[in-house]
Design a protein. Structure first.
Length: 149
């Protein structure tokens, strides 16, 4: 009996050493969903953005709040309607978190944006969207997505 418990402990220790855990997200465990949101961005050197959207995951819809700040060269105002896929998540709450990006762009009238972002939980957003407004930017920005009730 004692041998079995020591063997079990050694096996669990070896699995932990090699990064095989019970709470890790493996490609077989990970799932994906679709995400849609609208952001309004404006600023003069320091920019702010905010909006809302929805995550569709495993047959359910989850409302989202979007917020963020950017610093660098930011001038103008725009609205972007994004849609895309979120991958590498196990539960809907995995999409919540902070996403960072460095970017440069300009929009006068209408334009198209494509971006890939990753948060601290490993969720990956692959987005494309239609941007409308007058905006010039060369900045670092952070986007925060949170679940709404």
């Amino acid at each position: 009996m004692r041998f079995v418990s020591k063997l079990t402990m050694a096996l669990v220790g070896a699995l932990a050493l090699f990064g095989v855990g019970f709470a890790t997200v493996t490609p077989a465990d990970a799932a994906s969903g679709t995400i849609h949101f609208s952001i309004v961005k404006g600023g003069f050197f320091v920019g702010a953005e905010g909006g809302n959207g929805v995550l569709e995951f495993r047959g359910r819809r989850y409302p989202l709040s979007i917020g963020g700040i950017s610093g660098g060269l930011v001038f103008g105002a725009s609205q972007t309607n994004f849609s895309g896929r979120v991958t590498n998540i196990r539960r809907a709450s995995d999409v919540a978190g902070t996403y960072g990006a460095a970017g440069a762009g300009a929009a006068v009238g209408a334009g198209v944006r494509v971006i890939t972002l990753r948060n601290e939980k490993g969720a990956i957003l692959r987005l494309q969207g239609q941007q409308v407004g007058l905006m010039a930017n060369l900045d670092l920005s952070g986007l925060v997505i949170s679940m709404r009730r």
